[in-house]
Design a protein around this ligand. Structure first.
Ligand SMILES: Nc1ncnc2c1ncn2[C@@H]1O[C@H](COP(=O)(O)OP(=O)(O)OP(=O)(O)O)[C@@H](O)[C@H]1O
Ligand SMILES: O=P(O)(O)OC[C@H]1O[C@H](OP(=O)(O)OP(=O)(O)O)[C@H](O)[C@@H]1O
Ligand SMILES: [Mg+2]
Length: 281
């Protein structure tokens, strides 16, 4: 039985559970449940603190886990990313009072407060910058106000928390993170893991793409289908009406309205978009 770690709380918890449901796995019915067995798929899910997940996977006690790339890096556990799950996106930045530390060059020798010391220390080491890293649990933006640090390194999303604390971003992003599926480094091949990865990839594709269908005159087919090449190739079917064909192709969801406008211009009609619920490419 495959054993998988899932975030029990926080930003990643709901979306991780949702994604597994879409991939056909059974998930816990109550937010307080700590374990859920999915007999039909021969998988057992363990709900754990996202920060602890890389530890369980790195030790080999659990086969797979869903956590943030930042938490994986921070843990320094012997585990690696198997698949980017495209949710829980966040970006880490340095921030400080503009009148004290205005650029990255000014960070050397300063005190940096963060809940992700591993991420920050790796970043500083890569750049040969020497600074003191102070580990806090959260609400790190307060550390400057309270005199515990000169700089913070934290997730910035809307920037509202920084503004309230009178801090401004400095330099380039430290790390761009998102939720990832992780596995122990060097773990041997496992067909059950491959199947789970394919299922999750299927969800990612079903989310990113829609199915586009339209009718077009046969003499305009080349021009129209150039706009909708599909993944392999578009499906072309004859219409009962002489000289017309029906075309079906997957297109990226984010491009679909532009493509529909362009197809209409070319002469396509009855342009329909449908969601893809699941797929295996
Ligand atoms: N706006 C955000 N704030 C914090 N973490 C975020 C945000 N967006 C995405 N994440 C990601 O969520 C993960 C952290 O989740 P975690 O549950 O530890 O903290 P949280 O969601 O902030 O909850 P809490 O702080 O209440 O414990 C990291 O991978 C982080 O990159
Ligand atoms: O740019 P913003 O939109 O303001 O969001 C960023 C803030 O959100 C997160 O804090 P969270 O609410 O998770 O609290 P925590 O610091 O206790 O984890 C993060 O650590 C920042 O403080
Ligand atoms: Mg938080």
């Amino acid at each position: 039985m495959l054993r998988i770690a899932i975030p029990n709380k926080g930003t990643l918890s709901g979306p991780a559970t949702q994604m597994l449901r879409e991939a056909g796995y059974r998930q816990r019915g109550d937010d307080r449940d700590l374990v859920c067995r999915d007999e039909a798929n021969d998988v057992e899910f363990f709900y754990l603190r996202p920060r602890d997940i890389a530890t369980y996977v790195g030790s080999g006690d659990l086969d797979l886990g869903i956590t943030g790339r930042d938490l994986l890096v921070d843990s320094a556990s012997p585990a690696e990313e198997t698949l980017d799950l495209d949710f829980g996106g966040s970006t880490f930045w340095f921030a400080a009072r503009p009148e004290t530390v205005a650029s990255v060059d000014m960070i050397a020798g300063r005190r940096i407060a963060t809940a992700y010391p591993g991420v920050v220390e790796r970043h500083l080491a890569e750049r040969g910058v020497d600074a003191e890293v102070i580990r806090l649990d959260g609400a790190v933006e307060n550390a400057v106000r309270l005199g515990v640090a000169d700089v913070v390194a934290d997730v910035v999303s809307t920037g509202a928390t920084l503004r309230q604390a009178g801090l401004a971003i400095i330099g380039e992003p430290i790390l761009r993170s998102s939720a990832v599926l992780i596995r122990r480094t060097g773990a041997s091949a496992n067909p059950q893991v491959d199947q789970l990865v394919r299922r999750l990839q299927g969800v990612l594709v079903a989310r990113r793409y829609v199915m586009l269908a339209y009718d077009v005159r046969a003499d305009l087919l080349e021009k129209a289908s150039a706009l909708t090449p599909g993944i392999e190739s578009p499906t072309i079917s004859p219409l009962h009406r002489e000289g017309w064909v029906a075309v079906q192709a997957m297109v990226l969801r984010r491009d679909v309205h532009r493509i529909m406008d362009e197809l209409y211009e070319v002469g396509a009609r009855a342009i329909l978009v449908t969601d893809i619920h699941a797929c295996r490419l």
